[in-house]
Design a protein around this ligand. Structure first.
Ligand SMILES: Cc1cc2nc3c(=O)[nH]c(=O)nc-3n(C[C@H](O)[C@H](O)[C@H](O)COP(=O)(O)OP(=O)(O)OC[C@H]3O[C@@H](n4cnc5c(N)ncnc54)[C@H](O)[C@@H]3O)c2cc1C
Length: 315
């Protein structure tokens, strides 16, 4: 039986998280000696995009009733077209709300926030992020099948081109009453969840008028911008930039935190980052314990100097 993967598209377009999930499914299928079937709903992108990352088959669901996202209806649709015992999802906000519903419909185990390839396939056992990213656990599936969500940026977007085939399924699943009425767009040019580099700032910046230097640093690095919760609560920055336990969880390759103390609730959303750089004028700031590199200094001096150095280096 093929390994299935939900290839999430945003307004028809496959983003990094979906491609990473397909690449992960391909690696699991290779362990099994099997193929990958990617399932997607009303895409505009061509299936070739998914073949490049290892999807041997792409099942395209066409369903007018799924034009607006509803976790329950998406789970029903996926239930109709999947018959494998391993179903992979990206750990995005929307996909993470469909995965548990599908696991219930199929009576499969659910393992979220998976970080690596399975240690064993029978029973399915895999390492996952736990306790808001403060620890790891090795989770074992009890049931005959398993639904997993892959933590973003944990496995990587790996190309594995195959000559795939496409199958179109016209469905009309009964819809439920839940509707997403609006998706908040991120304010920056780059999608925060997809960004490889994120420059983030907190209350240490004193006021919204000082964000120019954060945007300058982000601009030279090709980074997205983020902020701590109080900063978005006071309205210095939009809520779409709020990261942490109650905001977005991100895992970029590089996270630069400026004037952020490093409270546990903030770390919960960023501690999956591959490299963390902290700039803070308090050497006792808790964030330094989680940092790979730390600069003790005044952000108003350090950030512009850093931006100039990077500009000069790039030049
Ligand atoms: C249930 C709950 C959920 C929460 N969820 C989140 C969440 O999702 N995300 C989140 O971020 N927070 C969250 N919080 C809030 C969290 O506990 C902290 O209060 C918050 O993260 C602090 O934000 P901050 O670091 O920007 O501000 P502060 O704690 O005020 O820290 C400011 C930092 O800036 C430094 N600083 C000051 N001046 C300078 C300067 N000139 N140069 C350099 N550094 C300077 C200071 O030394 C200090 O470390 C949550 C709290 C609760 C109770």
């Amino acid at each position: 039986m093929a390994v299935f993967v939900y290839a999430e598209n945003i307004n028809g377009v496959y983003k990094k998280a979906a491609l990473e999930a397909v690449a992960y499914a391909k690696a699991v299928a290779s362990q099994k000696g099997d193929t990958v079937t990617a399932v997607t709903v009303n895409p505009t992108d061509a299936s070739e995009v998914l073949y490049k990352y290892g999807a041997d088959k792409v099942t395209v669901i066409r369903d007018e009733s799924l034009k607006s996202f509803s976790p329950k209806s998406y789970a029903q649709a996926l239930n109709e077209v999947t018959d494998g015992s391993i179903i992979v999802f990206p750990h995005t906000t929307d996909a993470s709300s469909v995965a548990p519903m599908l696991s219930v419909l199929k009576n499969f185990s659910l393992i979220t926030n998976v970080l690596a390839l399975p240690e064993s396939l029978s029973p399915f056992q895999v390492k996952r992020r736990a306790f808001s990213g403060k620890g790891f656990m090795h989770a074992k599936a009890d049931e005959a099948g398993v639904v997993v969500t892959v933590s973003q940026n944990a496995f990587g977007v790996k190309e594995n081109p195959v000559s795939g085939i496409e199958e179109v399924k016209e469905l009309s699943v009964s819809n439920d009453d839940t509707r997403v009425i609006a998706h908040e767009q991120s304010s920056g040019k780059l999608d925060l969840k997809e960004a490889e580099i994120v420059v983030s700032a907190g209350r240490g910046l004193k006021g919204p008028e000082n964000w120019g230097m954060i945007e300058d640093l982000a601009s030279v690095l090709g980074a997205a911008t983020a902020c701590s919760k109080p900063v978005s609560d006071i309205g210095w920055r939009p809520h779409s930039e709020h990261v942490g336990q109650t905001g977005k969880a991100i895992a970029p390759n590089l996270y630069i935190a400026v004037g952020i103390s490093g409270a546990i609730q903030h770390l919960a959303g960023v501690n999956g980052s591959k490299t963390i750089v902290v700039i803070n004028n308090d050497p006792e700031a808790p964030f330094f314990k989680a940092a790979d590199y730390g600069i003790v200094g005044d952000a108003f001096q350090v950030v512009p100097a850093l931006t100039e150095k990077i500009k000069a280096f790039k030049g």
